[in-house]
Design a binder for this molecule. Structure first.
Ligand code: APR
Ligand code: PHB
Length: 391
């Protein structure tokens, strides 16, 4: 096993694997270190909405073949309020862009397969990962593999180890500024064996709380309900889930979900988090290690991919031209997009959810905003652009 590489990457999530893949395409070598097993990484259920830019990057770098075959292209979303659905069209308002539904773990399977086929060095089930020498020219990652202590010497380290990883806490105290916003609700996510009743995602506003109708395959649907952030899944027996879904989606048009066996339930916390700057010395943070968005705008996975696209370009430039301009600007460049996405996710969340203590005035303001977004071309273009990632 090599103990020296150009870029040491901590974490084999979307950020870490895509970074390794992009660097390989540009002739820069990397080693990816991951605490989980390959099977666990490939089985973890997460997001599924890929912006057009993410789709294009997967395709142009040779890992989009299965996504093009098995993913579903959605050319719009529905906002449902006041008992009716209102469609926002993407291509006509964004220069032809759309989104693709293809689960994150499938993206990870494709990336892992591509890295391994290209002889890439991805090490699963490592432990005790620690970062050293970040401020010098020769940063190191110490870790254990199979119980044996090892050291990986690198030119750069990419902290792609998610919100609970070791990279961000390795930065000395006092360097980072954290921006945190917690929401007073969570989402109950379910997977249901049932036929699709809509070809596109439905975001529903209701006085009983928010509901979201999404899909995975023609026979598996993904439904979410706003819930208390401290709820255990036991608080949500199937009958309660169906009663709330039907209640929150009810309308004069009679639109109704098909029921079926619910085979997965989980509660997701809602939080906005940004750390600034996203770099320290030779350590660069990307993806959830640096920022978290609430799932309402479906931006988490796409932000991770756009971070590493910038980071790969900057690292490649530093080797090709012995310049560090792009690397020095990495955090500032990435954070612009992060804050745009952060605002979009917060705005969608605020427009669609029932906040504790909200009175009828607040509800009327939300309905007025929804009316504007679905009737004013300017306002609906703004939503469409943000949703497909045209910013
Ligand atoms: N050492 C090595 N790997 C680690 C460590 C560690 N100390 N801590 C965590 N990891 C691994 C995790 O096991 C995980 O596989 O880092 C990976 C981080 O992946 P993600 O959490 O998926 O983060 P990221 O790649 O930034 O992707 C963000 O994933 O969490 C979703 O909704 C989020 O879609 C967004 C996307
Ligand atoms: C999903 O399909 O899981 C999904 C879709 C849209 C969101 C969040 C999650 O905003």
């Amino acid at each position: 096993m090599r103990n020296r590489t150009q870029v040491g990457i901590v974490g084999a999530g979307p950020a870490g694997l895509m970074l390794s893949h992009l660097l390989h395409g540009a002739g820069v070598e990397s080693v990816v270190l991951e605490i989980k097993s390959r099977a666990d990484v490939e089985a973890t259920l997460r997001a599924a909405v890929l912006e057009q830019g993410t789709v294009d990057l997967l395709v142009s770098t040779g890992v989009g073949e299965r996504m093009l075959r098995e993913g579903a292209v959605h050319r719009g979303v529905h906002l449902r309020f006041g008992g009716r659905s209102h469609r926002i069209d993407f291509p006509s308002q964004t220069g032809g862009r759309a989104i693709t539904l293809y689960p994150q773990h499938e993206v990870l399977r494709d990336l892992i397969a591509a890295r391994l086929a290209a002889g890439g060095d991805v090490r699963f089930e490592v432990s005790d990962v620690r970062l050293d020498g970040l401020d010098g020219d020769a940063p190191r990652i110490r870790f254990a593999a199979g119980g044996v202590a090892q050291e990986l010497r690198c030119d750069f380290i990419a902290g792609c180890d998610g919100f609970h990883g070791v990279s961000r806490p390795s930065i000395p105290p006092g360097v980072l500024t954290e921006h945190v916003h917690d929401y007073p609700f969570g989402w109950l996510g379910t997977l249901v064996e049932a036929p699709a009743v809509t070809g596109e995602i439905v975001y529903a506003h209701s006085r009983r709380g928010f509901a979201l109708v999404s899909t995975r395959t023609p026979s598996v649907q993904r439904y979410y309900l706003q819930c208390d952030p401290h709820d255990e899944v036991d608080a949500w027996p199937d009958e309660r889930i169906w009663a709330e879904l039907h209640g929150r989606l009810a309308g004069e048009d009679g639109w109704r979900l098909a029921e079926g066996p619910i085979f997965q339930k989980g509660v997701i916390a809602m939080r906005s988090y940004v750390v600034e700057p996203m770099q320290r010395g030779r350590l660069f943070l990307a993806g959830d290690a640096a920022h978290i968005v609430p799932p309402t705008g479906a931006k988490g996975l796409n932000l991770a991919i756009s971070d590493v696209r910038l980071l790969a370009e900057a690292i490649v430039e530093s080797y090709a031209r012995v310049r560090r301009d792009l690397l020095d600007r990495y955090s500032a460049t990435a954070l612009k997009r992060v804050w745009r996405a952060q605002h979009f996710a917060w705005w969608m969340t605020a427009m669609l959810h029932r906040f504790p203590g909200d009175d009828e005035f607040q509800v009327r303001l939300q309905l007025a905003q929804l009316e504007q977004v679905t009737s004013s071309p300017a306002a609906s273009t703004m939503l469409a652009e943000s949703y497909v990632g045209a910013f």
